[in-house]
Design a binder for this molecule. Structure first.
Ligand SMILES: Nc1ncnc2c1ncn2[C@@H]1O[C@H](COP(=O)(O)OP(=O)(O)OP(=O)(O)O)[C@@H](O)[C@H]1O
Length: 277
């Protein structure tokens, strides 16, 4: 299938300057682990601008450096070369406003805390915040992710999908301006994953944060994102950035049947399969 990028280029050119100005910028990012003969070059030079308010998907072959890149964007890891800036300031530590959602909900929730106290953890240390106020706020975010009434349960009393909803509620309680997600839906079953896709899109639309999602799943990236960045094999660089141009609101069944969805899925799978070792 021939992939037509002319439309994508035209749309990009027509956008107002404010929508394309640097918001979260990764410039010349290289990352090596170790030194000398045993060193691994994970990222070989990545330039990527994340636009304010967009939903950006990042896909790439296994082990190409996706998680490393996201950790660098979050200020959780330092690049060997290059610079990250957020709202015009260089990122040298995790900045306020950027929240990182980990893949393994099981490891990121505190098993000894109730669900509401897990969410409260994101806000209870804020100046002027009391435990009761934090719990009240937590219940509001639990309601947003469809978990009203589960606030006094412990994580082990919830299904995997529900536990991931708790981590999403906790991330939202921190009021992210940018939510970075590292394969957040990969540990749940296929139907729960579709539910979580709809949930994260609703929340993104309601709350107005910028979303960056790293995933192996081409369908997930195309379904959720405005743009999909394709990473090359390690050492990673940006092979391509595609504008999805799918109408919103997106629907779990209808959107996936659109010719544009099928065309993008085909193109991106072809890219990835060609790039798998
Ligand atoms: N702390 C570390 N020390 C040494 N090497 C590391 C470290 N973290 C990552 N790497 C290496 O860097 C490369 C990229 O890893 P990373 O986890 O970023 O890839 P990924 O694309 O997210 O992988 P996957 O798709 O399997 O989740 C891999 O070769 C990995 O072994």
């Amino acid at each position: 299938m021939q992939f037509d990028t002319t439309e994508a280029v035209a749309v990009k050119a027509a956008k107002p300057a404010a929508a394309t100005s640097p918001y979260l910028r990764l410039a010349g990012i290289r990352k090596a682990f170790g030194t000398g003969d045993s060193s691994t070059l994970a990222i070989g030079g990545v330039d990527l601008d994340v636009r304010q308010g967009e939903f950006l998907g990042i896909i790439g072959p296994s082990g190409c450096g996706k998680s490393t890149l996201l950790q660098i964007a979050a200020g959780l890891a330092a690049p060997t070369e290059g610079k990250v800036s957020f709202e015009g300031r260089e990122v040298v530590a995790p900045p306020a406003g950027i929240v990182y959602l980990f893949q393994q909900y099981g490891k990121s929730l505190f098993p000894w805390r109730t669900v509401q106290d897990n969410v409260a953890f994101a806000i209870e240390h804020q100046p002027g915040m009391t435990r009761e106020k934090a719990r009240g706020e937590s219940r509001r975010y639990l309601e947003m992710v469809g978990l009203s009434g589960f606030d006094r349960k412990f994580p082990f009393q919830l299904s995997g999908g529900m536990q991931q909803r708790v981590t999403i509620a906790r991330a939202l309680a921190a009021k992210p301006r940018v939510l970075l997600m590292d394969e957040p839906f990969s540990s749940v079953d296929a139907l729960t994953r579709l539910d979580l896709h709809a949930l994260i899109l609703d929340l993104w639309q309601q709350q107005g944060f910028t979303a960056v999602l790293v995933t192996h799943d081409v369908d997930e990236a195309v379904f959720l994102a405005d743009r999909v960045a394709v990473l090359s094999r390690r050492p990673a660089h940006i092979a391509e950035v595609v504008e999805t141009q799918l109408p919103r609101p997106r629907d779990n069944i209808a959107t996936r049947e659109l010719p544009r969805f099928i065309e993008l899925r085909h193109h991106l799978l072809e890219q990835l399969l060609r790039r798998e070792p």
